[in-house]
Design a binder for this molecule. Structure first.
Ligand SMILES: [Zn+2]
Length: 347
């Protein structure tokens, strides 16, 4: 009901031209949108992740709206505008895809071409080289493989509600959020999660690794695919294996920044100078290393737009809007909806 009222109000503001006025006031800020996987729900697949996925239909619909109001630029172009080395084009918007899922090329790229929207894909080079699923996808599959009472006796799963898919989704998302902040280091978290996942895989006798290479949801790009796409898609670093870079030692962070950049440069033949912090995790020491290794920009998961002269290693992004109205979409991409939420929490 509250949502319906909000939609009506947004529609009224849009019809009165007020949202467009607000958008015009933001014209000199650069919008960087964050996406992950993009999936065609009709693609044959052995499973469906609990984590919500953007569909090809949603991507197409939102880009149709954005194309009316924004000028699509690549992330390197956006970074140059923000750094002041390229003239700022009003209403610039860049699309960035984290993780390096194959579906970014198979499902998203054909749609992006229609809109002449350049893409930057941030790769985890270790997952590409080893052709391994991400820990969060492997965990997701393992949890869903726990049928009947097979999850009983695994203490970590006591907060997961297996009663139906809706409850499972909600409790799994809460569980994963909690786990990410539950350990002093990334290695501690990995070790605990891997141990849990392995126990579940042993019980069910199944694992995502068995079929993930051909899986439309979780499959990761190969270097061959990266090389072929490199003329059309810009590839940046997302570290080696999705480590939370703010929670690892300086030596490990150096290795992540350098080895991932070198692997991407070797396979694409182009400089890799842009980074996305996995899980948005960074700290001041890490920023110093990012500068030392000659990256030109780093994007975070912090919500917001960027103005010229922004701190280049803590660039803000906005999650790709999935609202199907122009009013709702603009409200998200101008940062208005986040401001709205903050205000409504205060009252
Ligand atoms: Zn990521």
């Amino acid at each position: 009901m509250v949502q319906a009222k909000k939609q009506l109000l947004l529609q009224a503001l849009y019809s009165a031209g007020l949202l467009q006025l607000f958008l015009a006031s933001q014209r000199n800020k650069v919008t960087i949108l964050m996406l992950h996987g993009v999936i065609d729900p009709n693609a044959p697949s052995a499973w469906k992740p609990l984590r919500s996925q953007l569909t090809t239909k949603e991507l197409s619909k939102t880009l149709t709206i954005l194309a009316r109001y924004y000028h699509f630029v690549s992330l390197p172009e956006a970074a140059e505008m923000l750094a002041g080395t390229r003239p700022l084009v009003p209403h610039s918007l860049a699309l960035t895809f984290d993780d390096g899922y194959r579906n970014n090329l198979t499902f998203a790229l054909p749609i992006l071409r229609q809109f002449k929207a350049p893409a930057t894909v941030f790769l985890c080079t270790g997952n590409v080289t080893k052709q391994e699923p991400f820990w969060f996808d492997r965990l997701d599959y393992a949890v869903q493989s726990m049928n009947d009472k097979s999850h009983q006796g695994i203490p970590e799963l006591k907060e997961i509600d297996f009663s139906n898919r809706e409850n499972l989704t909600r409790s799994f998302i809460t569980f994963i959020r909690k786990e990410k902040t539950n350990y002093p280091t990334d290695a501690d978290m990995r070790s605990a999660i891997n141990n849990l996942t392995e126990r579940m895989e042993q019980r069910s006798g199944q694992g995502l690794a068995d079929f993930f290479a051909d899986d439309p949801w979780s499959g990761v790009l190969t270097w061959d695919e990266v090389q072929k796409a490199a003329a059309e898609v810009h590839f940046g670093s997302h570290g080696i294996d999705h480590c939370q870079l703010g929670l690892i030692s300086p030596d490990a962070a150096r290795e992540e920044l350098l080895a991932s950049r070198e692997a991407i440069e070797f396979h694409t033949g182009s400089p890799c100078r842009h980074l996305a912090y996995p899980n948005g995790s960074f700290n001041n020491n890490l920023i110093s290393l990012v500068k030392e290794y000659k990256y030109l920009s780093a994007v975070t998961s912090m919500h917001g737009l960027n103005r010229a002269g922004a701190e280049m290693f803590t660039l803000r992004r906005i999650a790709f809007p999935r609202n199907n109205s122009a009013a709702g979409t603009i409200t998200v991409t101008t940062g208005l909806s986040a401001g709205w939420q903050k205000i409504s929490k205060k009252f």
